[in-house]
Design a protein around this ligand. Structure first.
Ligand code: HEC
Length: 226
C-alpha cells in the first residue's frame, strides 16, 4: 500500500519538477525583451545624427545625378527599404507596397495595398505619378513631402544615394522609364549646375560628404536656390 502512495507522490513530484523545468527553460529560451520602441526601428545613419534633419533639407535636382547614378550601389541602398518593400515583378506587398514599375506609376495605385489617407490625398485620385522629382523628395523626407504618409522611414539624405536608389528602382520595370534629358535638366536646374560640385562627392573632397556622415545638406550653408 505504502509503496503505491510513495509512487503516487513520487510521480506527482516528478511531474511538477518536469513542468517547472520546462517552464523555466522555455522562459530562458523564448523570453524576449519588449522592444523599447514599437514597430520598425529604421536606422538611418543620416537621419539619426541630424536632429530635425527633415527641416534642413536642401532641395536638390535629382535629374542630373540620375545620369551618372550607380545601379549596383542602388541595390545596396535598397536594403534600407527591403524590410518593408519588395521590388521584383509580382512581389508581395509587405509593410509597404511592391515597387515594381514604380517610376511614373500613379501614386498610391498598387493593387491590394491599402494606402494611408495622406498618400491618397497626395495622389489626387491617381493623377499624380511617381516621377523622378516626387521620388527624390519623398525618399529624402517621406513625412515632409507626403504629410500623413504611413511610411515610417527617416529618409535618405544624400542626393547621390537617392539617385542610385531611383536608378535601381527604374530598372525594375517592364519598360524602364526614360532617363531625364541631360540638357533639359541642366537648364531646369541652374542652381544644381553652379553649386553642383557640392553635390558630387567625387569633386567635393572635404567639407561635404566626408567629415560628418549624414550631413549631405551642409549646415550653415544656404540651400541652393531653386
Ligand atoms: C518601415 C517600413 C518602410 C520602409 C523601411 C520603407 N518604406 Fe516605403 N512605404 C512604406 C509604407 C507603409 C508605404 C505606404 C505609405 C502610405 O500609404 O502612406 C510606403 C510607400 C512607399 C512608396 C509609394 C508607393 C506607391 O505605390 O505609391 C514609395 C515610392 C516607397 N515607399 C519607397 C521606399 C523606398 C525607396 C524606401 C527605402 C529608401 C522605403 N520606401 C522604405 C513603408 C516603408
Amino acid at each position: 500500500m505504502n509503496s503505491y502512495v510513495n509512487m503516487g507522490v513520487g510521480a506527482f513530484l516528478g511531474t511538477v519538477f518536469v513542468l517547472m523545468s520546462v517552464s523555466i527553460a522555455s522562459e530562458g529560451i523564448f523570453h524576449s525583451e519588449a522592444p523599447e520602441k514599437e514597430g520598425f526601428a529604421i536606422i538611418s545613419s543620416e537621419g539619426a545624427t541630424e536632429a530635425g534633419g527633415a527641416e534642413e533639407v536642401a532641395e536638390v535636382d535629382i535629374k542630373p545625378l540620375l545620369l551618372k547614378a550607380d545601379v549596383a550601389a542602388g541595390e545596396t541602398a535598397f536594403k534600407k527599404c527591403a524590410s518593408c518593400h519588395t521590388v521584383d515583378k509580382g512581389g508581395a506587398n509587405k509593410v509597404g507596397p511592391n515597387l515594381w514599375g514604380l517610376v511614373n506609376r500613379p501614386i498610391a495605385s498598387h493593387e491590394g495595398f491599402s494606402y494611408s489617407a495622406g498618400m491618397k490625398t497626395f495622389a489626387e485620385g491617381g493623377k499624380v505619378v511617381w516621377d523622378y522629382d516626387h521620388l527624390s523628395f519623398f525618399i529624402e523626407a517621406p513625412k515632409k513631402h507626403v504629410p500623413g504618409t504611413a511610411m515610417g522611414f527617416a529618409g535618405v539624405k544624400k542626393p547621390d544615394e537617392r539617385a542610385n536608389l531611383i536608378a535601381y528602382l527604374r530598372e525594375h520595370a517592364d519598360a524602364p522609364a526614360a532617363l531625364p534629358d541631360a540638357a533639359a535638366s541642366a537648364e531646369a536646374a541652374p542652381a544644381a549646375a553652379t553649386e553642383g560640385a557640392a553635390e558630387k562627392p567625387a569633386e567635393a573632397p572635404a567639407a561635404e560628404a566626408k567629415p560628418a556622415e549624414g550631413h549631405a545638406a551642409p549646415e550653415g550653408q544656404p540651400a541652393p536656390a531653386q
